[in-house]
Write a protein that binds this ligand. Structure first.
Ligand SMILES: C[S@@+](CC[C@H](N)C(=O)[O-])C[C@H]1O[C@@H](n2cnc3c(N)ncnc32)[C@H](O)[C@@H]1O
Length: 197
């Protein structure tokens, strides 16, 4: 396989097969800056979907922006509140890529970013319980799929937040453009720390 020193590509073969050319951080941020936010808190609840997420260059910057806001608001408050908002923001970040390796790398980058910032902000490690919720959401929100030709084969979850409880509504991706999309499965409200069980 032909290798390249350019960090925007992994190999010439992958550019040919997957059109895989990564976007630089500066361009990612310039594009994200174009999305208007009504208030500084809007960033917490806005949902973002990257249909060709690669190794997560957009997803990681979206996460950083969301973390920056919750760090500002909740870093000094109760641990459970901070943990809830980590989960809350993660439920709003979605990615699809046709390449399984890219999906794994994206999930890994987001997990590591949360672990790093959690340590910086709270001075302790993310608990195993929270980590299992983080992994649960990332496995459902960042998925392998063909976002152009096979949208009927992918399921996406919409999370409905009620207090500290979360309901999960699973939709066929191709149904989301319909006026009244019906969920395929609804998982009733659960406490956010119990999402993975
Ligand atoms: C140009 S790269 C962009 C990656 C990332 N968005 C970025 O800007 O750094 C294109 C990505 O699209 C993925 N891809 C190609 N065809 C796809 C398809 N039909 N559905 C989903 N992803 C696809 C490739 O695997 C590759 O990771």
């Amino acid at each position: 396989m032909a290798k390249s020193k350019n960090n925007q590509i992994k190999s010439k073969d992958r550019v040919k097969d997957l059109a895989e050319v990564y976007t630089n951080e500066r361009e990612v941020n310039a594009m994200l800056d174009l999305i208007p936010l009504k208030t500084p808190d809007t960033i917490i609840k806005y949902k973002y979907l990257e249909p060709a997420c690669g190794n997560g260059n957009f997803l990681i910057e979206i996460l950083r922006r969301k973390l920056a806001r919750i760090n500002e608001k909740y870093s000094a408050g109760p641990l459970k509140t901070y943990e809830f908002f980590i989960v809350r923001i993660l439920t709003t970040i979605y990615g699809i890529d046709i390449c399984p390796e890219n999906v794994s790398e994206s999930r890994e980058r987001l997990t590591k970013e949360i672990e790093k910032q959690f340590q910086e902000v709270r001075g302790s490690e993310v608990s195993e319980a929270l980590l299992s919720v983080i992994r649960y959401i990332l496995e459902r929100n960042i998925i392998v799929g063909d976002a152009i030709n096979a949208t009927e084969k992918m399921a996406v979850v919409d999370y409905k937040i009620k207090g500290r409880e979360i309901e999960q509504r699973f939709y066929r991706f191709s149904d989301l453009s319909k006026d009244k999309a019906m969920p395929m499965v609804v998982v009733p409200h659960k406490h956010f720390m119990k999402l993975a069980y």
